[in-house]
Design a protein around this ligand. Sequence first.
Ligand code: DAH
Length: 357
Amino acid sequence: MLQEITHLRTVIEQDLTSLASNGGSSVSADALEQFRLKHLVRKGTLAELTERLRDVPKEEKPAVGKELNLLKTFAEGEFKRLSEETSSKATSTPTLDLTLPGRRWQNAPKHPIHQTLDDMLTIFNRMGFAIAEGPEIEDDFHNFEALNFPPDHPARDMQDTFFMHAADQAGKPRPDVLLRTHTSPVQVRLMQSQKPPIRAVMPGRVYRNEAISARSLAEFHQVEGLYIDKNVSLAELKGTLVSFAQQFYGPMLGGKELKYRFRPSFFPFTEPSAEMDITCFLCGGKGCRICKYAGWLEILGCGMVHPNVLKAGGIDPEEYSGFAWGMGIERVTLLRTGIDDIRLLYDNDVRVLKQFV
Ligand code: DAH
């Protein structure tokens, strides 16, 4: 029996040495666990020898028992020391602690611009308009030409354009590639890709080369609308947009009746063209700084789609007609949130964004 104890000590010592040498400066938790399972548990080597102590003749028992206890103490002590060493090292390297309380997820509120967009789109959706999108990098054809902007026509100056230094796949320069200046090119893309009836709203980001200030940025958002079918009339344009204005702006008037008016205007892609004004929802029409004491706020541009635009989109103007409109998102977002500097909408400062849940 004493011999067996000596043998086991050799084994344990060897195991400890290989533990330390394999792990280098840090003993792996896995290897330590192996050691524990081999020697220290109830069915381990030490327990097994202790069990057999029973069969040892009485007079030898004290000596054998003492030897065995010494070995046990040694093995357990070494195990404890090594475990402590590894766990203190473990704390200095990041590990996954599943017992920690969870981190609270910050539920981000929707950005004010998207709240406005969503509210608008929901209303048009209910009226049967699908949502469509187009690319922000456009070409001259979709952004201008197909929309009846003649080449060199001063109408192009209405919109200061960012041109891109683009090239085609063969490396040839493409001077006609630009950042879209409005969402109207999506109208053309829809006409090219589907047959009437077309009924869609097209939200998106647009770009213009403008000086940045508290009131304007070089990028902003618009929602475009398009309805094309047989016999679409100006009355339907008015009906649709008035209904939208009542649903969207009506609630901001605090019970006051929403008044509206269509003023004649000009856009190359519509004929006739108009701009729509509504009662200023900040002063209720009495006149204030925002409406420049007129009592009216302009909310959108609109008109009957010009026959040239239908043609450019591959639609026969003899058979179909339609109306379209476009409106900006930033100004109404500033007015409804009370934010007084448009740049705040683009800074993504959580202290600002958090306020608009
Ligand atoms: N594209 C115009 C702009 O950027 C807005 C607009 C006016 C769009 C009239 C339309 C429209 O579809 O019919 O200012």
